[in-house]
Design a protein around this ligand. Structure first.
Ligand SMILES: Nc1ncnc2c1ncn2[C@@H]1O[C@H](COP(=O)(O)OP(=O)(O)OP(=O)(O)O)[C@@H](O)[C@H]1O
Ligand SMILES: [Mg+2]
Length: 660
């Protein structure tokens, strides 16, 4: 379902704006085309105007429900005052009509004014009440908006933090999330627009009654005068939404480019590779297409609304002619004709306002639909809730049986039918070349990824049958691609065990095991140093220093099972030695899975599992595997030889590569 360009928003397609540099040689980037990642989205965007309207009541109800749940009092106030104000403006119109009738009646002016006085007083009262309700509504809405916005956005984050990791591998998920992120504004706007719509309807009803009282034919004339414009407005809204919905990938790409060009993380490589020109070209390409699409949209919208305005104008003219004829014919008195002019104008204003609100309800409704649709579809990515919920007993054995994982869109499995056993207290190592499946296998053991086939057992029972939350609490993972959390050094370690109290002595002990303690103390504010340079007093660390912090995070809770994926890739020899000493201290007491390419460090492991293209090809202790002379022995010899050569060739007068 990818890659179909759609007629309404057809971008430059093949005839790209010519770029310069490497970008110009590329074929059309996928993000430059209108994309439909998902059948539902396409169906909705291609649906006619009226098909989409059928969905609106449900979405309005949903928005009102969210608002009601968040703040009942303010939602009620907004509802009552908005609709009340609409009703009051209708009464106002009726009072105006009474005033006019009295003023246009025959007789001395003084008497006419006196006769009109009650209606004038009523008009004043109604206007005052309406203004008061407007103020009350404004207050309530101002209080409601941030609260509803927060509730809606929080719900989104509740889902995005709960879904399985594979959700983030899916492009459709990212696109939908991009659109869903408008949900917070959209829900508030939809609630407001729905109320205003009700108010408008109340007002319109009153105007309708007033007009019918004067002459039934006028009602028909009014509709004729207003409908073309209303249709044009709604059609324009539909066009805008169609374009919007097709542009998710492009917007994400724009956002990415903006970040790449303006953020700290990418700034060094941008400069070292001289990527400025290249990125600006990419930006021009994406924005060139975006601008074309927006201009094409603007053309279509302007044509539609102009057409509506012309037809509407002609029809309004016809209404006034009709009114004139009725007046000349003597079918209606002058007072009624004057009221009628006021009524026609009021009716057109109400209808315009109403159309505007319908358009808003429609557009915001679509955004709310994106939001609720995302939440609904994201449930498919929620992890299955943990089996019997029984607390897992102390670890005796982890058994991996026939475990496989194939990433979507990949031909070969990343882990292919792996079977192995790890006993409590053992330190085991996963080794193998890049891409051999070590991280993937560890992720399944750590409950981070769901296997495509096979099972991981904790004391003989599948992981899913234990209480998953408690199981996770027993497993600590130091991931290969660790994240630099923008918190203080202490917090960066403390998040390794958020369920326990962040005691300073525990944090320092963990840091000491990961050789991070001294280094942290040397920071300007010690453990309280903020590790994000983009904030005041924030600091950054070197690559190896960051890795020490991550290792400390893994050591913080003395987890029954600790998985360390490449924990020493950036460490200096002394730090590396100390780290592996700390890992060896666990041996015989608690279990450790170690993934590393520095094979000297796995010599002490109880068992070494060698993976190749996802398959477990060798298993045994260092001595056994060396004796077997297989893949492990080959890799080990290769690395050892490298060290010998270095010693022989480079030690005297060794030259390091220059960095500047
Ligand atoms: N999220 C993903 N989506 C698709 N394919 C993936 C994903 N993550 C990893 N792969 C692929 O799965 C295979 C195994 O990857 P994995 O990260 O498990 O290797 P590894 O043994 O840890 O490698 P390294 O030594 O480089 O860390 C690789 O071919 C990789 O390209
Ligand atoms: Mg890996």
């Amino acid at each position: 379902m990818t890659g179909a360009a759609v007629e309404s928003v057809r971008p430059a397609g093949g005839e790209e704006p010519a770029g310069t540099g490497p970008a110009s040689a590329e074929p059309v980037l996928p993000e430059l085309r209108a994309m439909w990642w998902e059948t539902g989205v396409r169906a909705r965007a291609e649906a006619g105007l009226f098909a989409v309207f059928a969905e609106l009541p449900r979405l309005v109800a949903e928005a009102v429900r969210v608002s009601w749940r968040t703040d009942r009092f303010r939602t009620s106030v907004v509802a009552v005052t908005t609709v009340g104000a609409g009703v009051m403006s209708a009464f106002g119109l009726l009072a105006t009509q009474r005033v006019l009738v009295e003023l246009f009646a025959g007789g001395p002016t003084g008497d006419k004014v006196m006769a009109a006085l009650p209606a004038l007083v009523a008009l004043a009262v109604v206007t005052a009440i309406r203004a008061g309700m407007g103020i009350a509504s404004g207050y309530a809405q101002n209080g409601l908006t941030p609260r509803v916005g927060r509730a809606v956005e929080r719900r989104l984050f509740e889902v995005t933090t709960a879904v399985r990791l594979d959700a983030f591998d899916a492009d459709a998920f990212a696109d939908e999330m991009e659109r869903a992120s408008r949900g917070d504004e959209a829900v508030v706007s939809l609630v407001q627009a729905s109320m205003n719509l009700l108010a408008g309807l109340a007002g319109l009803l009153a105007v309708g009654v007033a007009v019918v009282v004067i002459h039934p034919l006028l009602l028909l004339a009014l509709l004729v005068a207003t409908l073309p414009k209303a249709w044009a407005t709604l059609r324009a809204g539909h066009l805008r939404y169609q374009t919007y919905i097709a542009g998710s990938v492009r917007r994400r790409r724009q956002w990415l480019l903006r970040r790449l060009m303006a953020e700290r993380d990418s700034a060094p490589e941008l400069r070292s590779y001289g990527l400025r020109r290249f990125l600006l070209d990419q930006y021009d390409r994406v924005m060139g297409v975006e601008t074309d699409i927006q201009l094409a949209l603007a053309r279509r919208v302007t044509t539609t609304t102009s057409l509506g305005a012309v037809i509407g104008g002609l029809a309004t003219g016809a209404v006034y002619v009709l009114l004139g004829l009725l007046l000349v014919d003597g079918r209606i008195p002058l007072a009624a004709a004057a009221t009628c002019v006021v009524a026609v104008q009021a009716a057109q204003r109400s209808l315009d306002a109403l159309t505007f609100q319908i358009d808003r309800v429609y557009t915001e409704g679509q955004h709310v639909g994106d939001y609720t649709g995302f939440l609904a579809r994201a449930t498919a990515y929620l992890p299955a809730e943990g089996g019997s919920g029984e607390a897992p007993p102390p670890l005796q054995e982890i058994a991996v049986r026939g475990l496989s994982l194939r990433y979507p869109d990949r031909d070969t499995p990343a882990v292919d039918d792996v079977t192995l056993t790890i006993r409590a207290g053992q330190t085991v190592a996963f080794v193998g070349e890049n891409g051999s499946g070590k991280t993937t296998l560890a992720a399944m053991i750590a409950l981070l990824r769901t296997p495509s086939a096979g099972v991981v057992e904790w004391n003989g029972r599948p992981l899913a049958e234990w209480d998953v939350g408690q199981l996770r609490a027993r497993i600590a993972v130091v991931t290969q691609e660790y994240h630099k959390w923008p918190f203080t050094a202490a917090t960066n370690i403390a998040i390794g065990d958020v369920d326990s109290e962040a005691r300073q002595d525990r944090i320092e002990a963990a840091a000491a095991r990961a050789v991070a303690d001294d280094m942290i103390r040397e920071l300007p504010y010690g453990y309280e140093t903020l590790l994000d340079r983009t904030f005041a007093q924030g600091q950054d660390l070197s690559g190896g220093q960051w890795q020490r912090i991550t290792a400390a995070r893994g050591f913080l809770r003395d987890a029954e099972l600790l998985i360390m994926d490449e924990p020493s890739s950036a460490l200096d020899p002394r730090a590396e030695d100390a780290l592996f000493q700390a890992i060896r201290d666990r041996q015989g007491r608690v279990t450790t899975i170690l993934i590393t390419h520095r094979l000297a460090n796995v010599r002490h492991a109880d068992r070494i599992f060698v993976l190749h293209h996802g398959v477990l090809v060798e298993a045994g202790s260092h001595a056994e595997l060396m004796a077997a002379g297989g893949r492990y022995a080959e890799l080990f010899a290769l690395q050892a030889a490298g060290y010998d050569d270095t010693v022989d060739r480079h030690l005297p007068g060794q030259r390091r590569p220059t960095t500047s």
